[in-house]
Design a protein around this ligand. Structure first.
Ligand code: KIV
Ligand code: ZN
Length: 385
């Protein structure tokens, strides 16, 4: 079975979301939880960006015991030096340095040439290597970079000593088959590629970040960069909880991660609360509705056997139980089930009476909650049955 390394960038790419900035204490708290969760690498921040971020990265580096602590830099000497300084107390330090490689970035961001970028990439990795052994190189906008040139840049990074090659789909442009082909192309054309780990880093502009990351792994990548709840620039990054559960549910015979999935729900809430960034209710794995059933047909099926409508046991991701939500679309089975939960074991004729009362109440509300249900049942059946 192949190990897939989980690189969490909640504290760096995730924290780039406007309004989601974290202070040092919040970063430390989340980093500790990520370490307990079992991620392999924690990207703690971009130390050159501000003195506050430098301090936070340094504090995370001194706190984390198991995971590698990584700091981001551009291909600029003072960035790399500052990143190295910030992570110097980490048990396992890593510098993540890189440069834009698409013609778009080369012409319109750097106003430079392909040859110059290639040289800058090589020099940056070499310089980072003078501080730490573990250096990850990113080819920003690799998703829109021509494969042949991308392979040349990657080869230069490997020659300079990179241990990991990150292939970001920075703008979320690739389709899964294109991203997979890119990874495959690099596997086949970069000299020395077998000595390094290829990493996915996919953004979600077309809603394909998770699909692209998995496609990358199926074609040879062995590290996934992701964030809790999929937070990140614009439409976000790959969601950690999604890729981890996909590997566990669908590829358990081929791939493994170290992630303790029972902690996923708790860490999702911690990140959401700390960043004041609510999780959409229908979010896969960690959304409030991920294990909630509200239509009569589904409720009846789930009550008979949870697996009729659930492919994941909620306990596996830290959710106590599936929920049967009472709405105007609910059926008798759901009403009987919820009534029993609050102490009313209804006979058939009682259920008929209760159901007609329930439907008229449900039509007036979005949801009949436990309090409403108790009030209704107490009124209908003053003596508990
Ligand atoms: O999306 C991206 O290209 C990045 C790099 C800085 C790794 O976040
Ligand atoms: Zn990114």
């Amino acid at each position: 079975m192949d190990k897939v390394y989980i690189f969490d960038t909640t504290l760096r790419d995730g924290e780039q979301v406007p309004g989601c900035k974290l202070n040092t204490n919040q970063k430390i708290r989340i980093a500790k939880s990520l370490d307990e969760l079992g991620v392999d690498i924690i990207e703690a921040g971009f130390p050159i960006s501000s003195p506050g971020d430098f301090e936070a990265v340094a504090a995370v580096a001194s706190t984390v015991k198991n995971a590698t602590v990584c700091a981001l830099s551009r291909s600029v000497e003072k960035d790399i030096k500052t990143a190295a300084e910030a992570i110097k107390y980490a048990v396992y330090p890593r510098i993540h340095t890189g440069i834009g490689t698409s013609d778009m970035h080369i012409k319109h961001k750097f106003r430079s040439t392909r040859e110059d970028i290639l040289e800058r990439a090589f020099k940056a990795v070499k310089f980072a290597k003078s501080f730490v052994e573990d250096v990850e190189f990113y080819a920003e906008d690799a998703g829109r970079t021509e494969n042949e040139y991308l392979a040349r840049v990657c080869e230069a990074a490997v020659k300079a000593g990179a241990t990991v090659l990150n292939i970001p789909d920075t703008t979320g442009y690739c389709m899964p088959h294109e991203y997979a082909e890119k990874i495959k192309y690099l596997k086949e054309h970069v000299k020395g590629i077998d000595q390094v780990i290829l990493s996915t880093h996919c953004h979600n502009d077309l809603g394909l970040a998770t699909a692209n990351s998995i496609a990358g792994v199926l074609d040879g990548a062995r590290q996934i960069e992701c964030t809790i709840n999929g937070i990140g620039e614009r439409a976000g990054n790959t969601a950690l909880e999604e890729v981890v559960m996909i590997l566990r549910q669908r590829y358990a015979k081929q791939f493994s991660t170290r992630v303790q999935t029972r902690q996923l729900n708790a860490i999702s809430r911690l990140v959401s609360d700390s960043m004041c960034m609510p999780v959409q209710p229908n979010k896969a794995i960690v959304g409030d509705n991920a294990f909630a059933h509200s239509s009569g047909i589904h409720q009846d099926g789930v009550i008979k056997n949870r697996e009729n409508y659930e492919i994941i046991d909620p306990l596996e991701v830290g959710v106590d139980h599936s929920s049967i939500v009472l709405t105007a679309r609910s059926g008798r089975a759901a009403l009987a089930y919820r009534a029993k939960e609050v102490g009313y074991n209804l006979f058939k004729d009682q259920l008929d009476v209760a159901y007609s009362e329930f439907i008229s109440l449900a039509d007036q509300r979005k949801e009949v909650n436990e309090q409403d249900l108790r009030a209704m049942l107490t009124q209908l059946f003053p003596v508990q049955v």
